[in-house]
Design a protein around this ligand. Sequence first.
Ligand code: HEM
Length: 221
Amino acid sequence: MRILNSSVGRKILMSITGQLLIVFILIHLIGNSTIFFGPDGINAYAHHLHSLPPLVWAFRLFMLAAIAVHICYGVTLTLENKAANPGAYAVKRQLKASFASENMIWTGLLVLGFIVYHLLQFTVQGTPDIVVGLDAANRVDVYTMVVTSFGHALISLIYMAAMVMLFLHLSHGIPSFLQTMGWNNEKTIPVFGTGGKVISAFLMVAYISIPAVILAGLLKL
Ligand code: HEM
């Protein structure tokens, strides 16, 4: 418990929970991409996903715990870093400061705000834009729900802005967790920096492509 509570222990826990969230973001993107195959793609995917409720709930609780740890430690580490002397590192083998790295707390909190909205919208189905029914095969019609919601330009724009925040957060988060794992040296640091930007840019463009394609009228109801 003492190790977990030390500042190194907490950074490692932030790194592990961050990695879990990145894996979720990747899997969720693959799942969401089934929308490009039409109602039979995403409705079948969602149907399979929900066919084992205990597993779904175990997964949700696990992810909720990961998010809670990531946020609690993110906020406390930021506050502690602000209070400490930033010049106190013994070895200056750090990632370069950038807009993304200096604003992790704000981009993180904005992504959290987005997740709360997103869950209220598509998981709780409690926002006014939601149209939910069953398709011809008696499955929840996730396709119509998502295409109807993203048909509202404002909702699509909120998603696109949130994906830019996610990009900023991950473009520092990815190299940062690699550094926490202790793999940083003069050779790897620039590779981590570029790799982090490339992976987060890919995720941003891929996620944005869904509302963009719907707004362009390419996925029809
Ligand atoms: C174009 C972007 C996105 C679309 C179309 C989308 C779609 C959806 C849908 C339809 C659901 C409900 C799944 C169901 O209950 O059947 C869902 C749940 C969820 N989404 Fe997204 N999503 C998007 C982006 C994101 C992003 C960027 C994140 C995280 C940063 C995220 C996190 C979640 C979470 C945590 C859930 C709850 C999973 C659960 O119910 O267990 N989503 N999403």
